[in-house]
Write a protein that binds this ligand. Structure first.
Ligand code: 13P
Ligand code: ZN
Length: 271
């Protein structure tokens, strides 16, 4: 059996959490990540028959039975993942009852998965139903995106349109737009269900006055989606108090989407 600390998925988790922490998107224990792993790959590092303990999830994830995820721990700091992955991360498998997580590795101090597991696993189910290659869900608190929540309407057409206007590449990177939820109590099944409903339509969902969720095939893709929104939000926050002299027109955004061959939310443009 290979040493799990050398596994590529552990390296990816260490690198992405450190990177996000340094960007200021994950203060204290802010943010969480879940990443679906191939059973055959995990089997190179762990005895899949050795369940360390079981942890109830509090909801049923039928379509994820038998699936394995590496998930950040609740209350754990992204800042600390690099130096102690075994305490700050865990590898769980959804048991045959669909509602129990079998711990295969990690949470070494007796901890458990993120309090946002409902939003993560429900989002995985929603994304997999429209994109069977989806593997990653990331939640974080990016500074400018969050700032924008306080000064911009939380209407998803208006919010997406403003972001698309801020950087030429936005409509190409997230042509499906950004879903927006109002402020809601976090860490429960209700916000999980609301997030998953949006995830049927969007790979990005803003949690009003809280943060953002992104979903994608890889860590890179998912990070890149959030990074692009955050960059656009930063440009917005740098310019929103100044007279706007120039802008990217809706007809130009349409031109971009067509030139790059992406399927975009036409109803989010005013053509
Ligand atoms: P956890 O520490 O439970 O992952 O929660 C952090 C967070 O961002 C809540 O939304
Ligand atoms: Zn959060």
């Amino acid at each position: 059996m290979k040493n799990i600390l050398t596994a590529p998925f552990i390296t990816e988790m260490k690198e992405i959490t450190a990177n996000m922490y340094r960007l200021g998107w994950d203060e204290r224990n802010g943010g969480n990540i879940s990443y679906m792993l191939d059973e055959s790959v995990v089997g190179e590092y762990l005895d899949l028959n050795n369940v360390i303990r079981t942890i109830p999830t509090g909801f049923v994830a039928k379509s994820l039975i038998g699936k394995i995820f590496i998930v950040t721990g609740t209350g754990k700091y992204f800042r600390n993942v690099q130096s102690d992955p075994e305490t700050n991360l865990g590898i769980i498998r959804i048991a045959q009852d669909g509602t129990t997580a079998e711990l295969l590795w990690g949470y070494a101090d007796g901890g458990k998965f993120t309090s946002e597991l409902p939003a993560h696993l429900m989002s995985h189910m929603a994304r997999l139903s429209v994109d069977p290659e989806n593997r990653v869900v990331i939640h974080c608190h990016p500074t400018h995106t969050l700032a924008m929540n306080f000064v911009h309407t939380l209407d998803e057409k208006e919010f997406t349109h403003t972001l698309w206007e801020m950087c030429t590449e936005c409509i190409v990177v997230f042509p499906d737009g950004v879903g927006v939820l109002p402020w809601m109590l976090c860490g429960n099944n209700t916000i999980g269900e609301a997030t998953a409903k949006k995830m049927e339509e969007f790979r990005l969902v803003v949690w009003g006055m809280h943060g953002i969720y992104g979903a994608g095939k890889t860590i890179d893709e998912t990070f890149g989606l959030i990074e692009t929104v955050e960059k656009a939000a930063q440009i917005y926050m740098l310019t929103c108090n100044m007279p706007r002299i120039n802008t990217i027109k809706d007809s130009e955004m349409q031109e971009l989407a067509e030139a790059f061959g992406v399927t975009y939310r036409k109803d989010f443009l005013n053509l």
